[in-house]
Design a protein around this ligand. Structure first.
Ligand code: ADP
Length: 493
């Protein structure tokens, strides 16, 4: 055996110092010689390992393949082979080896032994497996996201930093087709059949949701109508968020759009209904009020009938003011609030309004004080501003209790007029303050205490103030009272 293994010093030296595991293996598989690298790799002493057959140190699952190759080599079908296989370390764990085997034959052609070289590739193999597992995880995640992306009932769009559409789902594609029946170039800001909520004003490039998103804006519930034909168009509500990479740089934006056509149509129907009902109610009511006026003026009626007539008159008047509130809301909703501006002394207007409120305040034990200058003239629609004052004052009194006080402050500020209606009444809950100007909103306290109202007053006040290019705000504390502050521009006659 020794002579056939060619014991030249060079060979021995190589074997001894090679970092690669090397073995001389008998045709039956016995390890004839192993080098320290091989023994080390498998956790044996050299002497210990040479007693064994390669079958013993091979992982059972990989043995058949190796044996088949050995058989082929011995049969002369191949001279050498290469195989990535698992070995068993002395301590029981797996060592991955990249095995290269060559069969050496004697001069008579008979097999002498195999020369095997084994490179420990465990780390490499483990890394590859970890990578494969990570890839599989990413792929699973991708598929799940893809499924969600396509299934959600919301249109989704991913826009690149340069404004190009990178991905859209089916829903978004449908929304695009409604707004751009002639096709979309896949770039933010393209103009199409997209209109503001009034249904008339086309959206400019700068107003398009995708364009705004690319400019770095984030928004929610930005709504529009899409489609050329007003009878068949669809309404959408969109939200945008910025997409950033790991270092926080902006790399694009996402846009989500939800179809809200039915909701918008329902709102439209409601507004139209309110407008037409209030319009229809007004005409007969005017007649009723007219005849009541005539009746009340007659001197020949019994005293109790006159008293009863006053009650009817008061209630009919209340009904009329309700109807005109509803009419107002209908018109303001259409953006159709026409003003008749003229120079008006606001002080006189405040005095008139407070004279009307005073009897009601007195009946509830609420005091009413004015803190106003001599005169303050600016250009406003007198009737509308009177409506603002009436609403704020009647609220202040209505939401106050016995011994509370209401103060109206009017003053000139730089370039403007400031009107404050303060009360020491029941106040507004913090989570309701932002809603008091919403149409039909009524506070929880107002409802619980059965304080009559429609939730229209402050909506009307808000729209009148806005039409005058003024502002309105409120500060309030529950149990301590509220201050409504209106500013109006001071305009020369
Ligand atoms: P309404 O008084 O008919 O309910 P408004 O639009 O005038 O409707 O007011 C909306 C809601 O705002 C009221 O229901 C009430 O909860 C609250 N509110 C308005 N003014 C006051 C006030 N001065 N003090 C307390 N709450 C108020």
């Amino acid at each position: 055996m020794e002579s056939t293994s060619d014991g030249s010093a060079l060979w021995n030296l190589t074997l001894q110092h090679s970092p690669i595991g090397m073995a001389l293996v008998a045709p039956n598989g016995r390890l004839l010689r192993v080098n320290p690298a091989m023994a080390d790799m498998l956790g044996y002493a050299v002497a210990d390992l040479t007693k064994r057959g390669f079958q013993e140190i091979t992982h059972p699952d990989d043995l058949a393949e190796d044996l088949a190759l050995v058989t082929q080599a011995l049969a002369g079908e191949i001279d050498s082979y290469r195989l990535r296989k698992r070995y068993l370390h002395a301590e029981g764990y797996v060592v991955w080896g990249d095995l290269s085997v060559a069969l050496v034959r004697g001069q008579d052609g008979l097999p002498l032994h195999f020369i095997s070289q084994i490179l420990d590739v465990t780390e490499h193999q483990e890394q590859a497996e970890r990578l494969r597992a990570a890839h599989a995880d990413v792929e699973r995640e991708r598929q799940a996201l893809e499924a969600i992306f396509e299934t959600v009932g919301v249109g989704l769009l991913l826009i690149g930093q340069d404004g190009r559409y990178e991905r859209t789902n089916r829903r978004h594609q449908e929304a695009i087709e409604v707004a751009f029946p002639d096709g979309h170039a896949g770039e933010a800001g393209q103009l199409g059949h997209v209109y503001h909520l009034d249904g008339r004003t086309p959206m400019s490039r700068e107003e398009m949701p995708s364009y705004r998103a690319v400019q770095g804006e984030e928004f929610d519930d930005y709504s529009y109508w899409a489609g050329a034909d007003p009878r068949t168009r669809s309404a959408y509500s969109t939200s945008a968020r910025q997409v950033r990479n790991a270092s926080g740089e902006r790399i694009g934006a996402t846009l989500a759009c939800q179809e809200i056509t039915e909701l918008m149509r329902a709102v439209q129907v409601k507004d139209e209904f309110v407008a037409s009902v209030s319009h229809e109610l007004r005409t007969p009511l005017t007649t009723v009020l007219g005849y009541l006026e005539i009746l009340a003026g007659r001197g020949d009626l019994p005293a109790d009938v006159t008293r009863q007539l006053r009650v009817v008159q008061r209630n009919a008047a209340r009904l009329e003011s309700l109807v005109s509130d509803l009419l107002h809301v209908g018109r303001a909703g259409d953006g159709d609030l026409r003003l008749r501006p003229e120079p008006v002394d606001l002080v006189a207007l405040v005095r008139q309004a407070s004279e009307v409120a005073r009897p009601v305040a007195g009946a509830s034990g609420v005091s009413l004080t004015l803190d106003v200058p001599e005169r303050l003239v600016t250009v406003v629609d007198e009737q509308r501003i009177r409506q603002v004052l009436d609403n704020l004052l009647s609220n202040a009194v209505k939401y106050s209790e016995t011994n509370d006080s209401v103060t109206v402050v009017l003053r000139e500020t730089e370039g403007g007029v400031e009107l404050e209606v303060r009360d020491t009444g029941i106040g507004i809950a913090p989570d309701e303050v932002d809603q008091v100007f919403d149409r039909f909103f009524r506070g929880g306290d107002a409802l619980a205490k059965h304080i009559p109202g429609t939730g229209l007053g402050l909506d009307i006040v808000g729209s009148i103030v806005a039409a005058h290019e003024g502002t309105i705000s409120v500060e309030s504390e529950v149990g301590r009272g509220s201050t409504f502050r209106v500013t109006l521009p001071l305009l020369e006659a």
